[in-house]
Design a protein around this ligand. Structure first.
Ligand code: AKG
Ligand code: FE2
Length: 371
């Protein structure tokens, strides 16, 4: 039966810079396109899509903890059937190529078929999660879903065949991009930032605040840029909506694009290397680049005062005071803010010599700018 299925499969390729590449050192697997098979299995029927929505996109659930609504609903589109066979079926580390701006992640469903090895390893911001499906592969249907900016790999299959269905996950519709969360004042961040903004000392004469996005978004093309902020998720969605609700003008700014002007022709990964060089704090470095006078940049912390809020939810921010204060006064012209909720948008893996080949330039780091 499986032999028959394998007979009709072709070697699986992978995308690099918009091209399909066949290289068994990188990916050894067989595939069937959706035009070549049909299945009556649908992840919706066994609650998989509901779980994905609750865990990956909680802000999209109406009434969820009173937070409100982002984009409505999700959709899974069957993409491939893959078979990773022993010995040495594998797929080295990569990020999936986004298929359109509405895609936010991928779903892998492992069909019951006995195998050993073939662990799916998913990495995000230095965290690693392993899905070791081999142990119960004979009798269970198992699955994993992850955001599009998560690097992942399939370790070598040592016995049997690992049969998977892969799906692209999409928002089924984007909400009102101007108001991605309907009740931002219900978010804990709203109260903390209200206090900060009410401090008489804080930015008396206005200025700019900036937050690095926690997630990465496909925005290297015009269509991608248009989807922002509607495509924001998690803490990025919270930051955007909360400051907008405070009546501040909120914009989204790609930082690598600016820095790359005189580095034409280099990939995003190449661009990141000089920035994330050893001994340099990327956030600090980047903020200094944006500040009016980098020498005056000081880091401060606002812990907030809140019943039940952990002080870790305070905000670390960068503030620039001009060197010479006229009449002994501190004149605040520009304030740039980083926060302990947000680091640079890309994973630790950029700092390692990782083997990823997929096109990271779709996911350039961006900054939410408030003025
Ligand atoms: O089969 C898996 O667990 C993941 C496969 C994969 O990463 C892909 O098809 O892009
Ligand atoms: Fe993948």
């Amino acid at each position: 039966m499986l032999g028959c299925l394998l007979h009709y499969c072709q070697p699986a390729t992978f995308g690099v810079g918009g091209h399909d590449v066949l290289d068994e050192k990188y990916r050894k697997a067989a595939k069937l396109d959706t035009s070549q098979f049909s299945t009556d299995f649908h992840p919706h029927n066994c609650g998989i899509l509901d779980s994905i929505q609750q865990i990956l996109l909680p802000s999209t659930i109406r009434g969820g903890q009173g937070v409100g609504i982002g984009p409505q609903g999700i959709r899974a589109e069957l993409y491939k059937l893959n078979i990773y066979s022993a010995p040495s079926g594998k797929f080295l580390s990569h990020v999936d190529t986004p298929r359109g701006v509405m895609q936010f992640g991928s779903l892998v469903v492992c069909l019951p078929c006995q195998h050993e090895g073939g662990v799916l390893r998913v990495k995000h911001r230095g965290e690693i999660v392993d899905f070791a499906w081999g142990y119960t592969s004979q009798q269970s249907l198992q699955w994993a879903a992850f955001y599009g900016d998560c690097e992942h790999e399939v370790l070598e299959v040592t016995k049997g065949h690992r049969v998977t269905l892969t799906y692209n996950l999409y928002y089924s519709s984007i909400g009102n991009p101007a108001q991605p969360v309907s009740k931002p004042h219900h978010l804990p961040l709203y109260d903390i930032t209200s206090e900060l903004l009410l401090q008489p000392q804080f930015m008396r004469q206005g200025g700019i605040l900036g937050f690095f996005c926690h997630h990465q978004y496909a925005h290297s093309q015009e269509s991608g840029r248009k989807s922002i902020p509607g495509a924001f998720k998690g803490v990025d969605l919270a930051i955007f909506s909360v400051f907008q609700a405070h009546g501040l003008r909120v914009g989204v700014h790609p930082i690598i694009e600016n820095r790359s002007k005189n580095m034409g022709g280099l990939s995003a990964r190449d661009l990141m290397h000089p920035i994330v060089s050893e001994g340099v704090d990327f956030v600090d470095d980047c903020l200094k680049g944006l500040a009016v006078d980098p020498n005056c940049l000081c880091s401060e912390r606002y812990d907030g005062y809140h019943n039940g809020y952990n002080v870790e939810e305070g905000i670390d921010y960068y503030h620039n005071f001009p060197k010479d204060f006229p009449n002994g006064e501190q004149e605040e012209k520009t304030t740039i803010v980083g926060t302990n909720l947000h680091g640079p948008t890309f994973d630790e893996c950029y700092e390692e010599e990782s083997e990823e080949v997929s096109d990271h330039s779709m996911f350039l780091p961006i900054l939410i700018v408030l003025c």
